[in-house]
Design a protein around this ligand. Structure first.
Ligand code: GLC
Length: 651
């Protein structure tokens, strides 16, 4: 019965599409629209069904999808069909990504095209180009305060440059990931400007209020994201003479998704970038999409419905395009951004594994893997048709977003333990070699996060200054250890630019007034390409890290068990310093890999019988896939060097 209502509505909408659209060859579009329309209609109705103009809005939505389909390049359409046929294509082990700031890495889009061979030399074949859309100079939040969603900032190049880059990347079989900042706009965006000038329909694009009544109610339960630089969640705009919701910086106005016009605009923008050649769209700050008084206004059910609707619409027009959910939230919440049901509630195919990221940092500081083991074993299973982005760090701060219950379970007190971690990485803790900076310290809650480059956080800066070669090697080992886990865990590893060369903190941001108060700039480097040449110089820090990663990447790509089919099993080997899991091959059991990571700065061992009892390693010798060597055995105990790792198979 419900479907019939949808069928009827769809037919009447199709009859109303403009003749110039109707006369095009829309067969594939119609097939997909037919298959998805019931879901689209139901979701749109749940969100906006109470409105009198519901039908009109739905017609607008379908028109946008059809128009963007018509505009989609035939090359991209055929890629869509190929990917539809091989719909597990992104779960394979061959993908390895890197996130980079364009200006710091390559200057501009043309420069990036020239640097693709460098990325390929390392083995990277997916590139997340951090936001390059127009932003006001200064108040840009590193590109996340967009003033024009359809234009590239002039320093980065032109739309034509981007399309050429996309073509070149396709030729090289590399994937292009672009951001769409769905949660907010810059206060300089045309919508915000119209709102300021008193246009009520654009004021409705945002959460605007005449007085503090509603803002005060929201504030009772909403946490602060940038408590130091942008306390509170609302900003008074003098010109508009109203309060506007600004969860992030005061110049980032939150979009109001209770208004279907906002949803439809954003669908059009996502499809616009899909049509420019993005293979993957990173949806920024998705946890914040729906605001509700009395809640934290994060991870609300409606935020998930909006993402489901984005997915359904996008897979009608551009089904080859994937979504990354940027939701750096609690472990039980993160998993929901894949959707809770692959048939009726699909959302983003990819999500950041912030849990693994934060837990690895815990293991580095504590030199043991107790919380890492505990936290990963309580991470719920994800949908089969979804995968993680596994990462050591990204352009943002490191938030300690693991569960208090897990911290308790391994015998620490959550508050004290989190404080220890922040102190450890910001160098406030005695004996810590880390050189991080605190970020987002909240005096009211005591929370803080951590900035700093990977190399400086593990102590490389300190070791180099001391000229302590043993320490330098230990830091390199830790950098490789953390990468060995993101490569082997299951998911698409996303390296962060500069880490492959051991790039240290860059303190120069403090001289720039626009950036000085945001310590995240300490780990957003500008490349010194001459230094990058040192990767060819045997024995240099750059060479040891670059070559180590390159080798790991090459091995990952050759081992099918590294593909993500939820084929991971944690193994408790009774040694708290070790993190051990198996990756089973989808069909050939004996090709399974055992991944072993030692977070201690001393060698650790465990009894091999613990593995053999699992039937995977009957007898005989073991071989480490990365080094190609057999590990040391002492009386049946397998020895793992300080900060060492193995990817073991039966020799
Ligand atoms: C995302 C981005 C971050 C930005 C924030 C607000 O979390 O990764 O850099 O500050 O959104 O746009």
């Amino acid at each position: 019965m419900y479907e019939q209502q949808s069928h009827y509505l769809l037919n009447s909408i199709l009859d109303q599409l403009k003749p110039e659209i109707r006369k095009r060859d829309l067969r594939h579009f119609y097939t997909r629209l037919g298959a998805n329309f019931y879901a689209i209609h139901s979701l749109f109705h749940t969100l906006y069904g109470q409105r009198e103009d519901f039908r009109e809005q739905l017609l607008r939505l379908v028109s946008v999808m059809a128009t963007q389909y018509v505009a989609r390049d035939p090359v991209l359409k055929s890629l869509d069909s190929v990917r539809e046929q091989d719909h597990h294509w992104f779960l394979g082990q061959e993908w390895v990504g890197m996130a980079l700031y364009l200006d710091g890495f390559a200057g501009d889009l043309k420069g990036l095209a020239d640097k693709l061979p460098y990325l390929q030399e390392l083995g990277v074949n997916m590139v997340h180009v951090m936001p390059i859309l127009e932003c006001p100079a200064g108040a840009s939040d590193g590109g996340y305060a967009v003033s024009d969603f359809r234009n590239i900032n002039a320093r980065a190049g032109s739309l034509q440059d981007l399309e050429s880059l996309a073509v070149e990347m396709r030729r090289r079989q590399m994937l292009l990931t672009l951001d769409v900042v769905v949660n907010h706009t810059s206060d300089q965006h045309a919508w915000a400007q119209s709102a300021r000038e008193g246009d009520v329909s654009y004021q409705d694009y945002y959460y605007t209020f005449d007085n503090r009544d509603m803002p005060d109610l929201f504030e009772e339960t909403m946490p602060e994201v940038f408590p130091e630089n942008a306390p509170g969640n609302f900003t008074f705009d003098d010109t508009m003479n109203k309060w506007v919701m600004t969860v992030f910086n005061d110049y980032q106005w939150d979009l109001n998704y209770t208004n279907p016009a906002v949803f439809i605009e954003m669908v059009e923008i996502i499809l616009f970038w899909a049509n420019k050649g993005a293979d993957i769209v990173r949806l920024d700050a998705v946890a914040f999409l729906w605001k509700k008084i009395g809640t934290t206004s994060q991870n609300e059910r409606e935020a998930h419905l909006i993402l489901q609707l984005f997915k359904d619409c996008c897979q009608v027009t551009a089904p080859g395009v994937l979504f990354i959910a940027e939701a750096i939230v609690a472990p039980v919440e993160i998993i929901k951004y894949f959707g809770e049901d692959a048939v009726i509630a699909k959302e983003c195919e990819i999500a950041y594994n912030a849990t693994l990221m934060a837990l690895m940092w815990d293991a580095v500081a504590t030199k043991n893997a107790r919380l890492l083991n505990q936290g990963i074993s309580s991470l719920p299973d994800k949908l089969d048709r979804a995968t993680w982005l596994t990462y050591v760090r990204c352009h943002d701060d490191i938030g300690l977003c693991f569960d208090d219950a897990d911290i308790h379970a391994v015998g620490y007190e959550p508050g004290a333990h989190r404080k220890f971690l922040v102190d450890y990485f910001t160098g406030a803790y005695d004996d810590s070699p880390a050189r991080g900076q605190p970020f987002g310290r909240n005096q009211k809650t005591g929370d803080a996060r951590i900035s700093g480059s990977l190399a400086s956080l593990v102590g490389l800066e300190t070791a180099l200054q001391l000229g302590d070669e043993a320490q330098v090697q230990s830091c390199i080992d830790q950098i490789l250890l953390m990468h060995s886990l993101i490569m082997a865990f299951g998911g698409i590893p996303l390296l962060y630019y500069g880490d492959e060369l051991g790039t240290l903190n860059n303190e120069s941001y403090v001289k720039d007034a626009e950036k000085a108060k945001d310590s995240r700039w300490i780990h957003r480097p500008s490349y010194d390409w001459q230094r990058a040449e040192l990767r060819h110089k045997r024995g240099s820090v750059e060479h040891r890290i670059f070559e180590g990663l390159k080798q790991m990447i090459a091995v990952r790509k050759s081992v099918e068990a590294m593909a993500d089919f939820n084929n991971r099993e944690l193994i408790d080997v009774g040694n708290p310093h070790l993190f051990v899991f198996t990756r089973t091959h989808p069909s050939i059991l004996l090709d399974s890999v055992v991944v072993v990571a030692n977070f201690n700065d001393k060698p650790e061992q465990f009894n091999l019988r613990d593995l053999r009892n699992r039937g995977r390693f009957e007898l005989g010798e073991l071989r480490d896939l990365v080094s190609g060597e057999s590990p040391d055995l002492v009386e049946g105990q397998l020895v793992v060097p300080a900060h060492g790792f193995y990817w073991l198979v039966s020799a």
